[in-house]
Design a protein. Structure first.
Length: 136
């Protein structure tokens, strides 16, 4: 089993591939699958700012494109300021796959701090919200 410290190290490695020429705010994510595999992602900025993509979503999209759909934890770090937590859009994308996902961030010294996606996104909207209820 991969430790949260090891998962953070993988996220820090992912910051090296970040494309952040505008903000210079490099972010890395390391997504742990139920099978114990780690899929990393980094943020990718674009001159048309709205088309940029966060590290967390990059990791999820990579994992899904590899056929992975079940995740245990995600580590998120920045090259500048820690802790750094997933934005709202990333929280919603992560919630699609595991509302109870463990979220690991680094404290100011690089040590793991953990929370859950449920704490970060209470009363969330998910696939079950789209299911019709009988009698309606």
């Amino acid at each position: 089993m991969m430790s949260y410290s090891q998962l953070l190290k993988e996220a820090f490695k992912a910051t090296r591939n970040s494309y952040a020429p505008y903000s210079r705010f490099r972010v890395g994510a390391a997504l742990l699958t139920d099978e114990g595999e780690v899929v990393t992602g980094c943020n990718v900025e674009n001159a048309s700012y709205g088309l940029s993509n966060c590290a967390e979503r990059t990791a999820v999209f990579r994992a899904v494109s590899m056929g992975r759909r079940r995740f245990k934890a995600i580590a998120v770090v920045s090259s500048k300021v820690n802790p750094v937590y997933p934005c709202g859009a990333c929280r919603q994308v992560l919630r699609e796959f595991n509302p109870g996902l463990t979220v690991v961030v680094a404290d100011g010294r690089g040590r793991p701090l953990t929370t859950t996606l449920e704490r970060m996104l209470p009363n969330s909207f998910g696939p079950e919200s789209l299911r019709r209820k009988r009698g309606r």
